[in-house]
Design a protein around this ligand. Structure first.
Ligand code: ADP
Length: 225
């Protein structure tokens, strides 16, 4: 689905990540962990071609991004759901319309989609907030909405950057369960998180690989989690 081979990246003249190889096989579940500032968000951005690697090769769905046109990259991105840390919403639209926006953009609407939207809003605990405007939401509510918006189109790959950073433990487990269910349906999942308790909780439900960024390199985390 997504392949990074010997990838390097740095902002300005610095080298943040180097010799980084990562293969997100179809149906796999990965956690990405590492200290704040180690490059988790940067790595996710490389995975959805928001940043261009300074060395190495990034392939999306079998195609080298270096040879892809803008349109091809846009189409590849439509097959992914991305949960950004600083999720942006259209402030003048009610929450449910924000969550449904990727469907609208893809020209998909109808009874099936409406049913899925209601179900998803309920799952992330936002059914009662459907008419709220984004500025009225708490940080945790925004995060839950961001996850719902990322998965509403039923993407093949979900890349989530700290999707549970602002929510309580019970809701974290609920959001995790949503990701686990999506994985059981065959979706490929990558979750960046510093929450080791969440990773431990996930391990009883899903066979996930845990990767850690340390000193610019990616390592398989040990079983000491
Ligand atoms: P993490 O997600 O692990 O906290 P990030 O990928 O956000 O790490 O950031 C890694 C490092 O790169 C940090 O030191 C951060 O300050 C730096 N960085 C991130 N984005 C930029 C940017 N746009 N310009 C310059 N430096 C950046």
């Amino acid at each position: 689905m997504i392949d990074l081979a010997e990838v390097a990246y740095g902002y300005g003249n610095t080298t943040l990540l180097s010799e980084l190889t990562l293969r997100l096989a179809p149906g796999s579940f990965h956690f990405l962990t590492g200290p704040s500032g180690s490059g988790k968000t940067t790595l996710l951005k490389l995975c959805y071609a928001d940043l261009t690697a300074s060395a190495g090769k990034v392939s999306l769905f079998g195609q080298d991004t270096a040879t892809m046109t803008r349109d091809q990259i846009a189409r590849a991105r439509q097959r992914m759901g991305v949960v950004h840390q600083d999720c942006e919403f259209l402030d003048h639209l009610p929450l449910y319309e924000n969550v449904a926006l990727p469907l609208t953009v893809a020209g998909r609407s109808g009874d099936d989609e409406a049913g899925n939207l209601e179900e998803l809003m309920g799952w992330v605990g936002l059914a009662a907030r459907r008419e709220a405007l984004p500025p009225e939401l708490s940080g945790g509510e925004r995060q839950r909405a961001a996850l719902a918006r990322a998965v509403i189109t039923d993407p093949e790959v979900v890349l989530a950057d700290e999707p549970t950073g602002n929510v309580d433990w019970e809701m974290s487990l609920r959001l995790l369960q949503l990701l686990v269910e999506l994985n059981r349906m065959g979706k490929t999942i990558l979750v960046a998180t510093h929450d080791l308790a969440l990773i431990r909780a996930a391990k009883t439900h899903v066979s996930a690989r845990v990767l850690r960024i340390a000193k610019g390199r990616l390592q398989l985390a040990g079983s000491d989690l």
